[in-house]
Design a protein around this ligand. Structure first.
Ligand SMILES: Nc1ncnc2c1ncn2[C@@H]1O[C@H](COP(=O)(O)OP(=O)(O)O)[C@@H](O)[C@H]1O
Ligand SMILES: [Mg+2]
Length: 221
C-alpha cells in the first residue's frame, strides 16, 4: 500500500541546521505539500492522498522515528491523536488531520476556546492510562480544528520526569489569554519567539506567574 510513498520519501531532503530551530526542507516531491516543520522533522501531505501525512526526520534525528512509532503503537487509536499507519527508516506515515497549531492561532488571531484545553487534558489522561508520560506539550504540538483540540508529536512520551510545559500553558490560558483576547488580536511571531526563549532559559526554575506578568507588562499593556 505504501510502496509508492516509500519511493517518494527518497526525494525528500530535510536538514537540521540548529537543533533548537525548525528543520530546513531542501527538497520534496512535487505533489507533496509541506504542512508543518518542527525541530526534528518536516510533515508533508501528498496531494493525491490528502488523508495521509508523512513525517520525515532530519538525518541527525532519524533514530527518533522508531521511538515515536513505538509510542504511537502503545497509544493505540484515540480521537486525540492522529492515526498511525506505519514507518520506514526515518519517517512515519500518519493520518493528516486538518487544523492549525496554537502558535498559528495566536499569530493569526484565531480564538482558542476552552474546549481545546479540556481536550488536551483528556488526551494527556488517555496517554497516561496507556502507560506513557506525555511530555513536550507546547503550542506547536497542539492542533485546533473546529473548536476541538488534539495532539501531534508524541516522540517524548517515554521521557522520564515531570514536564511542566502543559501546566504553564494552561495557567497562561486561564490567567492571561482569556482576559487579553479580543477578536482579531494577533500576537506577532517575534513576541512569541521572545517568550519562548525566556521560558526555555528559565525552565525548571523561575516562577511562571511572575514570568507571565512580566511578559504581559512588556508586550500587552
Ligand atoms: N498529523 C498531522 N496533521 C496535520 N498537521 C500535522 C500533523 N503532524 C504534524 N503536523 C504539523 O507539523 C508540525 C511539525 O510536526 P511535529 O510532529 O511536531 O515535528 P517535530 O517532532 O519536529 O516537532 C506540527 O507543529 C504541526 O503543525
Ligand atoms: Mg513538534
Amino acid at each position: 500500500m505504501f510502496k509508492e510513498l516509500k519511493q517518494q520519501v527518497k526525494q525528500v531532503l530535510v536538514e537540521s541546521v540548529n537543533p533548537r530551530d525548525p528543520v530546513n526542507v531542501r527538497a520534496h516531491p512535487d505533489n507533496w505539500r509541506c504542512v508543518g516543520v518542527g525541530n526534528s522533522a518536516a510533515v508533508f501531505q501528498p496531494k493525491d492522498r490528502p488523508n495521509l501525512s508523512i513525517k520525515v526526520y532530519a538525518n541527525t534525528h532519524a533514530w527518533v522515528s522508531s521511538e515515536e512509532a513505538e509510542i504511537y503503537e502503545q497509544l493505540g487509536d484515540s480521537p486525540f491523536f492522529p492515526h498511525f499507519y506505519g514507518r520506514g527508516d526515518h519517517f512515519l506515515i500518519i493520518e493528516y488531520r486538518p487544523g492549525r497549531n496554537i502558535y498559528d492561532c495566536l499569530v493569526q488571531g484565531i480564538y482558542i476556546p476552552e474546549q481545546v484545553i479540556l481536550d488536551v487534558e483528556a488526551a494527556i489522561a488517555y496517554a497516561r492510562n496507556r502507560g506513557l508520560n506525555p511530555s513536550d506539550i507546547h503550542i506547536k504540538n497542539i492542533l485546533v480544528h473546529e473548536g476541538r483540540g488534539y495532539l501531534v508529536d508524541v516522540s517524548d512520551y517515554r521521557k522520564k520526569g515531570e514536564c511542566k510545559r502543559w501546566e504553564s500553558l494552561k495557567q497562561a490560558y486561564y490567567e492571561h489569554y482569556l482576559d487579553l483576547y479580543k477578536p482579531g488580536l494577533s500576537v506577532p511571531s517575534w513576541i512569541l519567539e521572545t517568550i519562548r526563549k525566556w521560558y526555555k532559559a528559565n525552565e525548571g526554575e523561575g516562577n511562571i506567574a511572575v514570568f507571565a506578568e512580566q511578559a504581559k507588562r512588556m508586550f500587552f499593556d
